[in-house]
Write a protein of this length. Sequence first.
Length: 594
Amino acid sequence: MGAGKIVKVSGPLIVAEGMGEAKMFEVARVSDKELIGEIIELHGDEAYIQVYEDTAGLGPGEKVETTGQSLSIELGPGLLKSIYDGIQRPLNQIYDKVGHYITRGINIPGLDRERKYDFVPHPDRKEGEEIQVGDILGEVQETELLVHKIMVPPTLQSGVLVKAPRAGSYTVEDVIAEIRSGKEIQPVKMYHRWPVRTPRPIVKKLIPTRPLVTGQRVIDMFFPITQGGTATVPGPFGAGKTVVQHQLAKWSDANIILYVGCGERGNEMTDVLQEFPELIDPATGRPLMERTVLIANTSNMPVAAREASVYTGITIAEYFRDMGYAVAVLADSTSRWAEAMREMSGRLEEMPGEEGYPAYLPSRIAEFYERAGRAVCLGSEGREGTLSVIGAVSPPGGDLSDPVVQATLKVVKVFWALEDQLAFERHFPAIGWLTSYSLYHDNLDDYFRNEIAEDWNRYRTLTMGLLQKEAELKELVRLVGVDSLSSQDRIVMETTKHVREDFLHQSAFDPDDAYTRLPKQYRMLQCIIELHQECLRALEKNVPLRKLLELPVRGSISRMRLIGEDRLQEFDNIREEIKKQVAAGAEENRAVEV
């Protein structure tokens, strides 16, 4: 560890001299208050340090000490249900200790040192056996929803188990096992530290083949994301980025949710912090917080900590992925992270890139999203885990040519384009169906065909074709009016109205509509397309258009999203009613002609 002195203070950037022994990305303690900083640039014996706390009142001459460690976080039991800031300081404990505002220099460990956990050892772990990095030593029932698996951390070496784990009640600091590697005896605790900027090691990556089911029909049916996939949600102010992120956090079928509030407004994070503890997981009936970790780094917190918060979140997510779980990281929003990089780059007097962002912005964004994926984890068991990353982007004025949006689109495979016009029309989720896309359809084709329905893809393709046809017809209607359309085109317009209003639109406040399982989604779309095809066949038999537009069954279709998941047979009744009513109209028309 070395020591130096401050020679310059520029907002969150500190320049210190006498730092010849310092290393890049090493953590430093700044001034007598021991503010946490990270070295981001070195010139001779001068170190440029971004400080993760308020630097007001600092001046030249104050001391700076290096710690010899990179920015690391603690990984072990106690992460779930926690609320952290961007550098893993527990906000609940800080509130209990100092009140509403984080006091400078406060240093509380990320994991509780006093709490004891009931540890259950793995039955196959015996003294004298060979053990690998990543092998499971035992488990802790951290919450009702999740078993926390205690693994040999990648900070140790593989070797021989000389002290086998035993059942008992331990704190995270207690030694539960010992491994001999060569002549060295390595103690194993229930927690370890890991540098946030270094991806955790895996055996290999695999092609993702299962969907991350969100319960949001526009996503699951038309623009799905895989477990281990990447997605971005760009959109202008008020288009519902945070709403979409909240819905995914509540309803997606990931085992664990990491919600990173990166530079967003404090009142939005307040909604999350107040709402999440009261939410119930639909799959288990338990509180949703039991499978959630929240990282809150709002816009009034130090700007440098925004940059660290996304790395903190994805490192915790990788840790749970290594246990073999499906994990989802929701970052809201990566634009604020990019703005933090832009501010630090400006203070470092680096050559600016497009719109003032640093030239390395695309590579930083790519590095972040590349940490997602479906992976074979370390360990002799060959566990598979998945890590999905969904990042919101807030381009100024909703301009999708913004450098952050463009850099993100180059690396993610799902693009959910939020449209303010849909949001103004109170259509949520406000995801535009003509501009969004997913590149995972081929990966998921076998899953949908084998697990849900043979013709899932056919219905999806037919519906997207109708929505694109509607967009063309709307231009025509604006010019010459709806009466100029043919009967077939009028049926298309009526069908797409059902698709938009009764399928794509969802109410987050209705218990039957907020979340829709895949079988129900399929049956809903099946009813709409079947009505469309029956109406087209009836037109060929000269049934008047007016009768087809006034079919009573259209009312049933408008209400079908309120059908509970336990009453799926009602969709068969609707399909029977469609056939009966269209056939009755054709029969009546034939009688009139006779």
